[in-house]
Design a protein. Structure first.
Length: 403
């Protein structure tokens, strides 16, 4: 029989499609037409993106600890409902302030669903299989990116000036309905199904009962969690500059049509579908330290190519390279958090690491938008992303060696 761990992992894929692919990454595709429809500056659209990440940051931390206390299944379900409703309401916006508020709420739902679901494989897969299980869950981000790049541009074009509104409506309805499917299949632990972890038996860390206070105390006492958080900051700051302004750069700086830019964005999503499995497995073999190092170097290369190789071939090459490593770092961080504090505290550990990631992610769009408004080009923003990514590569060397 197929172990139920695989059902949980692939249901987690659906959660990340909805929460991360639709709830967050789709903004890059909608951004150009939404900016024109609301007459916003690039600094303002960057701030709207930052609003999303502020919400993400707040609830990623809280959501991780809530999941450790009340169970991942319930926290993820409620969070997806919040995302679905807020996406629907985003389509009704007529001002910068309302758009900012809705993206803030969406980000909150995103954080309290994404962090727990990425930590769930720590409860279902033993350490030597954990990177693989986490990689399957993170694969949904790439699927969501692919769907956003393929489906949203035709929707936007079909409805004319209000096309960006219908894009939000359709995604909101989809997330709301499928949240019930996710709830039906998710389970918090193998014990609920009368099973053991996939791959063997692993000694549980922590006490018999987890409270919010005990989870916080045990997590902040673990030095490795602080190291992971610092390394995760570099990813949050750098990758979001690339993704937030990807389509805007191709359309405004490079003269591509929205459909053409969306097609390249879809290629990025296509190649990122399997990056979690690839890099999770690499980190299982080489250890989280060297897996993170190689991932950061790959991401930095994609940013440099995007900034300097301003031809169609260069855009595709950059998108493919980025896609191969797009969500490698979150996968490795989720697996490493489980390694550091154990399955029971994995959501809380990853939530605490996400504090650092979220700060970087909130600063990135503002920095990128300000650079565009100040210099007239996004190229310098992508170079900044490459520099920060290289710092992350160096920081990876302080992580724990493979046991």
């Amino acid at each position: 029989m197929v172990h139920y761990a695989w059902v949980v992992a692939f249901t987690g894929t659906l959660v990340t499609i909805l929460a991360h692919g639709f709830g967050r990454m789709s903004y890059s595709v909608i951004l150009p037409s939404m900016r024109e429809g609301l007459s916003l500056s690039y600094t303002q659209v960057g701030l709207i993106g930052t609003g999303n990440f502020i919400g993400y940051l707040c609830m990623a931390i809280v959501g991780g600890f809530l999941a450790a206390r009340f169970g991942i299944r319930r926290v993820v379900f409620v969070s997806l409902l919040v995302i679905g409703i807020s996406l629907l309401l985003t389509g009704l916006t007529n001002s910068f302030l309302f758009a900012f508020l809705m993206r803030l709420i969406t980000g909150a739902g995103n954080g309290s669903s994404y962090v727990p679901i990425m930590a769930l494989p720590a409860a279902w897969f033993v350490m030597r299989k954990r990177g693989l299980g986490t990689g399957i869950v993170s694969g949904g981000i790439g699927v969501g990116l692919f769907f956003a790049g393929i489906i949203l541009p035709p929707v936007i074009a079909k409805y004319g000036a209000d096309g960006w509104r219908y894009a939000w409506y359709y995604m909101g309805l989809c997330v709301f309905v499928l949240s019930f499917v996710c709830y039906g299949f998710l389970r918090n632990s193998p014990a609920e199904m009368g099973l053991s972890m996939y791959g063997g038996v692993e000694e549980a860390k922590g006490g018999p009962k987890v409270t919010l206070f005990s989870a916080w105390r045990d997590v902040v006492r673990e030095p490795e969690i602080w190291k992971l958080g610092c390394v995760y900051f570099m990813y949050g700051f750098s990758y979001i500059i690339y993704l937030t302004f990807f389509v805007a750069y191709l359309c405004k700086d490079c003269g591509l049509s929205p459909a053409h830019a969306g097609g390249i964005f879809a290629i990025l999503g296509l190649f990122s579908m399997f990056c979690g499995v690839i890099w999770g497995s690499i980190s299982d073999v080489l250890g989280r330290r060297y897996g993170s190092l190689l991932a950061y170097l790959t991401l930095a290369l994609s940013y440099v190519l995007f900034a300097y190789w301003r031809q169609e071939t260069g855009f595709y090459v950059s998108a493919v390279i980025f896609g191969i490593a797009a969500f490698s770092i979150p996968t490795i961080m989720a697996a490493a958090s489980g390694d550091a504090v154990g399955a029971r505290l994995a959501p809380a550990g990853l939530g605490f690491c996400t504090l650092f990631f979220g700060v970087g992610q909130a600063l990135g769009p503002v920095a990128g938008g300000w650079i565009k408004d100040s210099t007239g080009t996004f190229s310098h923003a992508f170079i900044l992303a490459a520099i920060v990514s290289l710092i992350g590569a160096g920081g990876s060397l302080v992580l724990r060696k493979k046991a």
